[in-house]
Design a protein around this ligand. Structure first.
Ligand SMILES: [Zn+2]
Length: 261
């Protein structure tokens, strides 16, 4: 793409285009990209808002829940009107995102993600960003994305801590290279019981969106890193993450989570 190509939205993206890491060429790549935001809670709200503002050409927002009052402190796309209307999060998110950026396509999907529909969902986008609130969904996503050779960005947040990993199938480790199996039911604390700091969720989402933008714009690859964040202490630590040659998913290509139980 020539550097003097007009920007997709004129003045709208001027500050991102001025950033040498993105530029006009990068902005055009974002405008031609599609991203699936899988889960639109505390992480997904912040991801979807940043991605829409960044001018991703097509955003698919998938969630199964309704907006509730206790969501408002941490889920930054929603307001009290959505609570009163008992609005599905995907539809409330789409309304807000269209108001933020009417130049892009927004596709809400009210859906309970299962082994039966994850591959179709993943197939709709160039990249998937993880806004899920449970490991079962993430292992489904990992199988479907690795099978399709599609990049996805893992993110988890609990309390004031978070983790982020960009999964590039065939290049770097997948989720199962790092975590062989999801934690047994009820063994891992959840945000419902343990709580979550809103700023921690936004920080994790911001790092996920940065990884997504790097992949979509073709930024130079800097190696495989698992990022661990602690916003209370203000620390972010990238640690090298390696592929396991015998990984059930990306090594042996045994996509067991996609198979019926
Ligand atoms: Zn793997």
């Amino acid at each position: 793409m020539p550097a003097d190509t007009p920007s997709p939205g004129g003045e709208r993206y001027a500050r991102h285009e001025a950033l040498s890491l993105i530029g006009a060429a990068g902005q055009h790549k974002l405008a031609r990209s599609s991203v699936l935001v899988l889960g639109c809670g505390s992480l997904g709200s912040a991801q979807a808002m940043l991605l829409a503002r960044a001018g991703i050409g097509r955003l698919i927002v998938a969630d199964r829940d309704f907006v509730q009052l206790f969501n408002l402190p941490t889920q930054i796309l929603y307001d009290e009107n959505d609570v009163k209307a008992r609005a599905p999060k995907a539809e409330a998110a789409a309304r807000r995102l269209r108001a933020i950026n009417p130049e892009i396509k927004i596709e809400p999907v009210v859906v309970n993600v299962t082994a039966g529909n994850i591959e179709e969902l993943v197939g709709r986008a160039d990249l998937v960003i993880d806004g899920a609130d449970n490991f079962e969904t993430r292992f489904l996503l990992n199988d479907a994305a690795v099978k399709a050779g599609k990049p996805w960005v893992y993110g988890g947040v609990l309390g004031v801590d978070g983790m982020v990993l960009a999964v590039r199938p065939g290049v770097g480790p997948c989720l199962r290279c790092l975590f062989e199996l999801p934690p047994a039911g009820g063994r891992l604390p959840t945000c419902d019981a343990f709580g979550v700091l809103n700023a921690a969720a936004v920080w994790v989402a911001s790092l996920q969106v940065t990884e997504a933008i790097k992949i979509l714009t073709g930024a130079p690859y800097e190696g495989h890193k698992l990022h661990t964040l602690d916003i209370w202490r203000g620390t972010a630590s990238p640690v090298a993450a390696e592929r396991k040659p015998d990984c059930s998913c990306c090594g042996r290509r045994n996509f067991e989570f996609l198979k019926p139980a």
